[in-house]
Design a protein around this ligand. Structure first.
Ligand code: KG4
Ligand code: ZN
Length: 339
């Protein structure tokens, strides 16, 4: 089955073609730059840019993959969670193309896409496994029993960890998105110059809280001149605190559940230090960690094509002609798919 995947939930237009027999045939991503002057994403500008870029990107991925619309067996697009207008662009284009080509379509949960993204790689996890999902809007540990069968074991009670990276980067005068900037500056940072808290690790449970960490950075910065060295030292200390917190909670979750596979996905999973630290922790427990390639840690069309393909293979598809966006949508509300 050859599936076209469309991702337009936020500020990246992602298009990919996934073949259930031969894997990924082609993929392209356009990361919007229209938001640069605003210090954050402007939803209306995001929607308009998706409208401008989506069809040309689809044409280009089809050409690159050497196939035509007639070869496509189904279309998957992100229905939520995300920005309503941005989601509606992908939903409208996905459903209209599916109707034109006479193939089924399916709306995909963005975080399910992230969760399944390591299955795009040669070294793929098998159900059941634990998943740490870390993005700009979510931080959660889920127990994954099968496709669509997700129990949330812990999640952030306030900011997502990606949001903490972005807000800390802003405090340090670095650009958006903050994650890549922080990790790059952290490389020149010295160890143990600053130390920030590992929130909620001193009590039982698997929930997270990251807003205090950002506040701790703000307090530390009061009266400090932002030299390159200070930026690097703070970036390093912040990254270590954030990563340590995630690793401590994942170790706890692995121990509590007895699972031996851990998926780490979502934008923050691109972080090199996080990957190394998680690997070291899991190694000691005899567990295996699975990641998407760094390019597919952040938003992309490939994970949506894959998630849609797995659901359509199991017989699911959109019914009727109305289409929807679900800006807020909890991952544990998804329909389980019989295996
Ligand atoms: O999954 P994603 O691309 O979009 C959402 O679904 O939110 O995640 C974006 C988040 C941003 O907060 C960004 O700063 C963070 O992922 N991020 C990183 C890195 N690359 C992206 N955080 C830490 N280290 C990175 N290398
Ligand atoms: Zn995402």
């Amino acid at each position: 089955m050859i599936v076209l995947g469309l991702e337009t939930s936020c500020d990246d237009t992602g298009v990919a073609i996934y073949d259930t027999k031969h894997g990924l045939l082609g993929h392209k991503l356009y990361s919007q730059i229209v938001h640069a002057d605003y210090g954050g994403i402007v939803p209306e500008l995001a929607s308009r840019d998706h409208i401008r870029k989506l069809l040309p990107l689809i044409r280009s991925v089809l050409a690159e993959s050497g196939i035509t619309g007639a070869d496509i067996d189904g279309i998957a697009y992100t229905t939520g969670p995300g920005l309503a207008g941005a989601l509606l662009v992908g939903a409208a284009v996905g459903r209209a193309l599916a109707w034109t080509w006479g193939v089924p379509s399916i709306g995909v949960h963005h975080m399910e896409g992230h969760l399944l993204s390591p299955m795009l790689e040669d070294e793929a996890p098998e159900f059941p496994f634990l998943a740490l999902l870390v993005s700009g809007g979510h931080t959660m540990i889920a127990d994954v029993q099968g496709l669509g069968q997700y129990s949330i074991l812990g999640e952030s009670v306030d900011d997502a960890v990606g949001e903490a990276f972005d807000k800390t980067a802003k405090l340090l005068g670095l650009g958006y998105p903050g994650g890549p900037a922080i990790s790059q500056h952290a490389e020149a940072g010295r160890a143990d110059v600053y130390r920030f808290p590992r929130p909620m690790t001193d009590r039982p449970g698997l929930d997270f809280s990251f807003s205090g960490l950002k506040t701790a950075v703000a307090t530390e910065l009061e009266g400090l001149a932002l030299t390159d060295q200070v930026i690097a030292d703070i970036a390093r200390a912040f990254q270590e605190a954030a990563v340590d917190t995630l690793v401590i909670k994942c170790r706890r979750a692995l121990e509590q559940t007895g699972r031996t596979q851990l998926v780490v996905a979502g934008g923050v999973s691109a972080n090199r230090h996080l990957r190394d630290a998680m690997q070291a922790m899991a190694g000691k427990l005899g567990a295996q960690v699975y990641y998407p390639r760094p390019q597919f840690s952040t938003d992309n069309g490939a994970m949506i094509a894959l998630a849609g393909a797995l659901r359509m293979q199991a017989g699911q598809k959109d019914e009727g002609l109305a289409f929807y966006a679900h800006p807020r949508w909890a991952i544990d509300e998804l329909t389980p798919v019989a295996s």
